[in-house]
Every structure is written in structure tokens, then in C-alpha cells.
Design a protein around this ligand. Structure first.
Ligand SMILES: Nc1ncnc2c1ncn2[C@@H]1O[C@H](COP(=O)(O)OP(=O)(O)OP(=O)(O)O)[C@@H](O)[C@H]1O
Length: 557
């Protein structure tokens, strides 16, 4: 068990406060609020693993807070470092830095490649990805066309974002170039508090696979080698904001609401985790995409450090207190950290090993550089193939789901028709028969016997019909036809007149039944047509759907 490492960083002040105001005092690893004359304000003093004042550089923050996590990631431990704090308090400055003082991400990337170079007894494979959570949707910063990506979970991969582009990389320079490209796609916006405010949470991720170098040529073909796979997340959160202060409206307001909501969920998760294990109960990781992705970093298998940034101005004192309380709770969280070693062939490195060896043999005698380039290209091609396969599998899964729903819909409608037919067995193409007359007579009798309790509200349709109507709405909603819950109106109970109790009163007649049946049949035909069209459009998926599951799985292996 290992505690999360928590630090606080106070950024330089941007405005002069009133001389009578309060101020934050930093001494060693303590931060406390003082009156202007120097008297400490009781109850507003906090201690953390580190507290950095406004003169502290990104270099020092990195050395004290993150370097160990980076080293451990190369050794096979998961790691996460994230910056938390109100808007304009210095999170992006800490993670990205400036030209003169590079931030944590830049330094981490450089260090990882240094560490790898020094670890001469292992070979490594590094993949990187960069995503943002904007308005509760996951977008790929390396590939703009990959939007609204979904989170999935599997035994082998844990929680992962399906379809996210990963690049295999071989140098720090290559990674930093990729990050630069990703930054262009990131959502920034101007608010009253920050001219360049992050409007999304960003997660830069490095997956580090490594294995011991083979000692004898015969080992090359062994598939039993242990592979270490670790995931390093470097996270720049969007800042919490008071709408009154940021002056947000329109798009900015919508973004602000999403930001605050997901940070609130993060706060809830941290709160729960900071309770002692017995009182903890359910941890609401699933309440936001951010907490779902950060789940291993919060109470899971990862070395985690949090840097909480604070704006020193007196006008932000309440927000700063909130940040420090968040930091205090985070300090109580313990993670269960262990090296991730796997012996299945899930590791990309392992699967690629044989192919690379083959290539090496073929290219023996050629120039080493050419060889390396070929290997690199092969690795990237294989990764793309992996991602494509994963995407196809997801699409297949989606198609399966919607196929199931369509089948269900057809069954429902058939049931409704049967239901109607059984209540109106007299329907022929002319709409009359003796049986129907008996049914009508009985309806009339019942209406007379019970005229007080069932006046015009009485519906001759079975109760289930109304339920089915609501079921329909539900089904449509679940199929994505209704995206906005506010637009959803529950189908009101059908208010139909009773059987005609006197001549001239409009009522539910045989004609009504016939129309209902015809309309249902039309709906059914329409659904079947829709399905046929889809089958034409995606013949492969339908072919897979018709195959037994085992064959489908094999096809993707
Ligand atoms: N430690 C620091 N030293 C010098 N300048 C800083 C420091 N921290 C922040 N700044 C400056 O303060 C401003 C706001 O910082 P930054 O954009 O990093 O805030 P943020 O917390 O990421 O805000 P948001 O949540 O709105 O994105 C920037 O101009 C940044 O350069």
C-alpha cells in the first residue's frame, strides 16, 4: 500500500491585493492563511508532502514530485501525475511549462528515454496517445476524426478508450513533436480569468512495454517470457470556475458546467476514498469519464502524485481553501501498487517479437539503420492493424446490439398485433362478424353495469397497449432516436371513448381496431425494411451475426 503524493504550488500573483487583505504564507511543507499583520488565521493551515511557493521552478516541482513515478513507470509500475486547481491557478503552466522552464510532461518524456537507454538489460516498446475530455466526450488529440470515443473494460486491458490512436515512438523528440501537433487540437478559450483557459481535461498517456533481453538465440522463439506493461498518465485538468467570475456565457458557460460537474465527481471519488475502508461503500468512478479513466490512479494499482495549484490573490481565497481541502483529502488515499507483469500474449511486444525476429533474419547483412527503420515501420503497421481490429470489433458489437433491439422491436409489435387480434377476433376484411357483435354487446353490458366508475376514461384496449406505447418510447430512446432526455414525454394513457353508449357519440369502433392493426402492421413492415436495408449496407456484420459466436471470435483472432 502506498499513499498518494500530494503537493501544493502557489503561482506568482498577477495583481496587487489591498494592503489590509489576507495572504498565504509558505513555510517548508506547510501553507497557512495569515492576516496582513502576520497573525495566522486559526484553522486555515495545511501540511502536504511538498509546498512550492511562487519562486519555485517547474524543474524543482518535477524533481520532487514526479521523477520517481517516471522511473517506476520504466520499471513496470503504473503512474499518474495530475494538476488540480481553480481556473488560472497554473495547472497548464505546471504540466506544459514555458520555453525557458519546460513542464512535467516535457521533462517526463525526456527522462523516460534517458532511463530506457540506461536500462541495457531490457528492450522496450513505447506507445503514446493523447486525448481530451471535452463536454464529457472523449476526443483524440492525435487524430481529429476520432471523436466521441467510448470507454471499455476488458480483463486483459483493464479500462481503455476504444479507437484511440496510439503511436509507437522511439525518441523523446518524436514524442514532443506529436504532443505539439496534439496541442493544436485541444480546446482552449478566453474567459475573464484566463486568456487561454483549458476547456477540457487532457490526458497524455505513455504505455511502456519491456522484456528482458534474450541471452541465447534459442530463447527468441519462446512465448513464455514475462512482459512488463505500465501505463503513465500525465493529466492537465480543466479548472473549476465560478461563473460569476469567469463571466462565462453561451459555449463557455456550457463548458464550465461540464468542467465543474466532472470535477465534482472527482471530488466525490476522492472523498469516498479518503474515508476509512469500512465506511467507504460504493466509489462513484462511473459517474464521469474522467474518474473512469483515472480509476487505476485513484485507489488502484498506480503510483500517483497530485499537484494542487493555488492562486494567491485575496479574491480567490475561498477557491484556494476548497483546493487545499481537496488536497488534504487526497493525501489520505492509499493505492495498491505492483509491477504489471503479464505472461499472456496480450502484450504487443510479445506478439511482434516473432515477426521482428523473422525480419531481422531476412535483413541480416544489411545496414543496421535500414534494419531498425524496417522494424519500426513494421511495429507501427502492426499497431495500426491492432487498432483497426479493435475498432471493427466495437462496430460489430454495436451492430449486434442494435440488431438485437430491432428483433426485440419486431417481437413487440407482433405481440401487439396478436394482443389486438385476440381482443378483437371478429375483425375480417369488412370489419364485422357475429363474434364481434357479441364482444360489442358484452362491452355495452359492462359499460352499463359500471357506468359510474368508468365513464369516458375507459379504454377498450388492454392495459398492456398503453404500456407498450411507453415501451416504444423507451426502446427508441435506447436506440439513440431521442438524444435529449428533456424532449422525452411519457406517452399519456390513451383516452379513448368507451363503446358507443348512445347513437351519434364518437367511440372506439371496429374501424378503430382495424386502423390500429393496419398501423401496427405498417410499423412492423417498416422495421423489417429497415433491417433489410441495414443488412444490405453491412452484409459482413449480418453474416457475423448469423454465425455462431465462436466463429466470429475466431475471425477476429
Ligand atoms: N508558477 C508560475 N510562474 C509563472 N507564471 C505562471 C505560473 N503559474 C501560472 N502562471 C501564469 O498564469 C497564467 C494562468 O496559468 P495557467 O493557464 O497555467 O492556469 P490554469 O490553471 O491551467 O487555468 P485553466 O484552468 O483556466 O486552464 C498563465 O499566463 C501562466 O503563464
Amino acid at each position: 500500500m502506498e499513499k498518494i503524493c500530494v503537493a501544493v504550488r502557489v503561482r506568482p500573483a498577477v495583481s496587487q491585493d489591498t494592503p489590509n487583505g489576507t495572504y498565504w504564507k509558505v513555510e517548508d511543507n506547510r501553507i497557512s492563511l495569515h492576516k496582513s499583520l502576520g497573525t495566522p488565521i486559526s484553522g486555515v493551515s495545511y501540511t502536504f508532502d511538498h509546498v512550492f511557493d511562487q519562486d519555485c521552478s517547474n524543474g524543482r516541482v518535477y524533481e520532487l514530485l514526479t521523477k520517481d513515478i517516471i522511473r517506476a513507470a520504466v520499471e513496470g509500475f503504473n503512474g499518474t501525475a495530475f494538476a488540480y486547481g481553480q481556473t488560472s491557478s497554473g495547472k497548464t503552466f505546471t504540466m506544459n511549462g514555458s520555453e525557458n522552464d519546460p513542464g512535467i510532461i516535457h521533462r517526463a518524456v525526456k527522462d523516460i528515454f534517458c532511463e530506457i537507454q540506461m536500462t541495457t538489460d531490457r528492450e522496450f516498446l513505447i506507445r503514446v496517445s493523447y486525448m481530451e475530455i471535452y463536454n464529457e466526450e472523449i476526443n483524440d488529440l492525435f487524430s481529429v476524426e476520432n471523436q466521441k470515443l467510448q470507454i471499455h473494460e476488458s480483463l486483459e486491458r483493464g479500462v481503455f478508450v476504444a479507437g484511440l490512436r496510439e503511436e509507437i515512438v522511439s525518441s523523446a523528440e518524436q514524442v514532443l513533436k506529436l504532443i505539439q501537433l496534439g496541442e493544436v487540437n485541444r480546446h482552449f478559450g478566453e474567459t475573464n480569468m484566463n486568456v487561454r483557459s483549458s476547456r477540457s481535461h487532457t490526458i497524455f498517456r505513455m504505455v511502456i512495454e519491456s522484456k528482458g533481453k534474450d541471452t541465447s538465440p534459442s530463447d527468441c522463439s519462446s512465448l513464455d517470457d514475462v512482459i512488463r506493461v505500465s501505463v503513465l498518465n500525465l493529466v492537465d485538468l480543466a479548472g473549476s470556475e465560478r461563473i460569476a467570475k469567469t463571466g462565462a456565457g453561451g459555449v463557455r458557460l456550457k463548458e464550465g458546467k461540464h468542467i465543474n460537474k466532472s470535477l465534482m465527481v472527482l471530488g466525490n471519488v476522492i472523498n469516498k476514498l479518503s474515508d476509512c475502508a469500512k465506511q467507504r461503500g460504493h466509489i462513484p468512478y462511473r459517474d464521469s469519464k474522467l474518474t473512469r479513466i483515472l480509476q487505476p490512479a485513484l485507489g488502484g494499482n498506480a503510483k500517483t502524485s497530485i499537484i494542487c495549484t493555488v492562486a494567491p490573490e485575496e479574491v480567490h481565497v475561498e477557491e484556494s481553501k476548497g483546493t487545499l481541502q481537496f488536497a488534504s483529502r487526497a493525501k489520505r488515499i492509499t493505492n495498491c501498487v505492483q509491477v504489471n507483469e503479464i505472461i499472456t500474449d496480450a502484450a504487443l511486444l510479445k506478439r511482434q517479437k516473432l515477426e521482428i525476429e523473422e525480419l531481422r533474419m531476412k535483413l541480416q547483412g544489411s545496414h543496421a539503420e535500414v534494419l531498425e527503420q524496417e522494424i519500426f515501420k513494421l511495429r507501427n503497421d502492426m499497431l495500426k492493424y491492432e487498432l483497426e481490429r479493435e475498432k471493427l470489433a466495437m462496430e460489430l458489437e454495436e451492430e449486434r446490439k442494435s440488431h438485437k433491439e430491432r428483433e426485440q422491436c419486431i417481437r413487440e409489435q407482433q405481440l401487439r398485433i396478436e394482443n389486438l387480434s385476440s381482443h378483437a377476433p371478429f375483425l375480417d376484411c369488412d370489419g364485422n362478424s357475429n363474434q364481434g357483435q357479441e364482444f360489442l354487446n358484452q362491452g355495452l353490458k359492462e359499460e352499463c353495469n359500471d357506468s359510474h366508475s368508468r365513464k369516458t376514461e375507459y379504454s377498450p384496449l388492454p392495459d398492456t397497449i398503453c404500456n407498450v406505447a411507453d415501451e416504444d418510447t423507451w426502446l427508441r430512446m435506447n436506440k439513440g432516436y431521442i438524444a435529449d432526455l428533456d424532449s422525452l414525454h411519457i406517452t399519456p394513457a390513451r383516452k379513448v371513448e368507451s363503446f358507443p353508449s348512445s347513437e351519434g357519440t364518437p367511440g372506439w369502433s371496429i374501424e378503430n381496431y382495424r386502423q390500429e392493426v393496419q398501423s401496427l402492421q405498417k410499423q412492423l413492415e417498416h422495421t423489417i425494411e429497415e433491417r433489410d436495408e441495414l443488412e444490405k449496407e453491412f452484409p459482413a456484420q449480418f453474416l457475423f451475426w448469423k454465425l455462431p459466436l465462436g466463429i466470429v471470435v475466431d475471425a477476429f483472432e
